[in-house]
Design a protein around this ligand. Structure first.
Ligand code: ARG
Length: 361
């Protein structure tokens, strides 16, 4: 028997250490659910929001309904981007009607039919609401919200991937969809069942043409829809995701946040979305989520230790990144899409073996 290890490592201590390490791994396990992947297989069919169709249960597990508590009414959409953070649009929180008060809101996840809470549906309060400091009308229309309790990921609730911070490149994305419970016609009725619609990304130069939106569009915005109109987001979809697949992968990224449009589904007036890659640094800074992704190798890390955003002011605070320069103390580290990645079970076996060899043999 190898007796190098201090005698203090009694059998009981060993057992405790092993159990503790197992507990940490298991507790952490749900955060290892990959971003941007659905648990359900969805048959793609022709699409009919405006011009959309009912989404299948679990098709958009990162879709959130933001509701004003005293009315219990859906007001805006949002996207789950980590176990602690949601992404939405700043214009959803106007100070004029007190909507900038985080206590007015609740976030509902795992929802399809607004009137039916399934057994997997969860509700969270908002602990921190951060609007972009330079938000003004249609400019910098982005916000992040920290929930009061971690979101446990499961089949019908999980995060969308965040695109790598930087310039938006239209050609990298495929199969874009906008989703939400907004109006199904301009001035029409809101949806009860989550709607989805496939939309095309529109080049900036096209969208900036004078008979489109002209100079109202800048490179921090993305236009998506169709020249002829007919399919679009509408009032009530704001803050929700424009989800696109990164070409060559099977993952959905929240490429845009529903922001504005002239009417809904009008000719030459597509939906306008806040470009999330353009605000990637801002999102990282406010949430502490490290969006570091090598799209070429398909290896991706997103680290969220849930530390950021401990203040609960609205609009003006700047939460220092908890993980400067990529030096991390990861409580949850998610390494994605890496062939041969160790599973939690494998980790568990390796660590058990390690402890056994070093202290108990
Ligand atoms: N501002 C709207 C809202 O608050 C969303 C508008 C999107 N409009 C559009 N045509 N795509 O819900």
């Amino acid at each position: 028997m190898n007796t190098d290890f201090p005698a203090a490592c009694s059998g009981a201590l060993c057992l405790c250490t092993i159990l503790l390490s197992h507990f940490i791994i298991l507790a952490n396990g749900e955060s290892q659910i990959a971003c941007g992947k659905r648990a359900v297989t969805i048959r793609t069919s022709q699409s009919r929001i405006v011009g959309g169709r009912d989404a299948v249960e679990g098709a958009w597990p990162w879709q959130v309904s933001l509701q004003v508590t005293n009315k219990r009414a859906h007001v805006c959409g949002a996207t789950v981007i980590s176990q602690w953070w949601l992404l939405s649009a700043a214009h959803c929180f106007p100070s004029t009607n007190g909507f900038n008060n985080k206590n007015q809101w609740r976030a509902v996840m795992g929802l399809r039919d607004l009137s039916i809470h399934a057994k997997w549906t969860i509700t969270r309060k908002i602990a921190v609401l951060i609007l972009h400091e330079q938000y003004n009308d249609i400019q910098n229309d982005i916000a992040v919200l920290k929930v009061d309790r971690a979101i446990g990921f499961a089949d019908y609730i999980r995060a969308a991937c965040l695109p790598k911070p930087g310039k938006f490149h239209i050609e990298k994305w495929n199969h874009c969809h906008v989703t939400g419970w907004g109006l199904m016609e301009q001035n029409g009725a809101p949806a009860r069942i989550l709607q989805e619609a496939a939309v095309k990304l529109i080049p900036l130069e096209t969208c900036q043409q004078v008979n489109w939106y002209g100079s109202r569009i800048n490179d921090k915005m993305i236009c998506a829809g169709f020249a002829g109109g007919g399919i679009d987001a509408c009032q009530g979809d704001s803050g929700g995701p424009l989800s696109c697949q990164l070409k060559g992968t099977d993952r959905f990224y929240v490429v845009g946040v529903v922001s504005w449009g002239q009417g809904c589904a009008q000719r030459f007036k597509p939906g306008v979305y806040t470009s999330t890659s353009t605000y990637g640094d801002w999102i990282e800074q406010k949430t502490g989520i490290l969006i570091s992704q090598s799209e070429d190798s398909g290896v991706e890390f997103e680290i969220d230790n849930g530390d950021a955003g401990t203040e609960s002011l609205t609009g003006k605070q700047s939460v220092p990144p908890t993980v400067p320069n990529g030096l991390v103390k990861p409580i949850s580290l998610v390494r994605r899409n890496t062939p041969g990645r160790a599973t939690p079970l494998l980790n568990l076996i390796i660590i058990s073996y390690h402890f056994y060899i070093s202290c108990c043999s």
